[in-house]
Design a protein around this ligand. Sequence first.
Ligand SMILES: N[C@@H](CCC(=O)N[C@@H](CS)C(=O)NCC(=O)O)C(=O)O
Length: 220
Amino acid sequence: MTQCDLYFISGSPPCWSVMLAMEAKGLDYTPKRLDNAKREQKSSEFLKINPRGQVPVLTNGSVIVCETLAILSYLDAIRPDPPLFGSTPEETARIWQVICECDGALRDPVGDISRPLFRGKGEEFAEQISNAAALVREELALLDSRVSSQLWLAGEELSAADLIVFPVVMQLCRAAAREEAIPLELGVYPLSEYFPNLDAWSKRIEALDGFNNAYPPHWK
Ligand SMILES: N[C@@H](CCC(=O)N[C@@H](CS)C(=O)NCC(=O)O)C(=O)O
């Protein structure tokens, strides 16, 4: 395999998912960090790589892969072990179910909470945050019950489902941990208090080999 480059923005959940997948598969890559504050993802140089001006983007020699799930599928194809999308039809279906549910019901409300809080605008957006928090609590309760009787979100093996959901949950926790979030009573943080099974699951992810390599640099 030629050398892979991964273009990423620190703290971006989709980028973090890809980095966790690279680590899970033991794949070497060169991280190419783009500075969102400088809009480096919109530079003419980067737009030649991804005309949408978004990350993550993985390059492997002349191959360019955009979109998180396309990248995870590509990684599974070039390095099948360990499989990220299951080994049986039932596992594959469960994994995709969790991913679709995350993308359809969790990712956006987490963004509605985290965006204003990261910008110090919690008070101004209190109603939006409170509405989103109600949706997020429902989703986290479902995820919590999933990992009450199994190790990982889609069964007994780590899968793409875990790698997709984990960074979204961490983004939420980072926003909810802000002092400004306390009066908003989001009812999600700390996970150990509200969703103990999910908290134990997140600790299992944190214990994975290579976890620190994938950790967002500006969160360290
Ligand atoms: N559907 C895309 C979404 C990628 C995405 O939203 N990337 C964000 C970072 S989280 C980005 O590049 N934002 C910068 C921008 O749009 O200018 C994927 O899953 O890869």
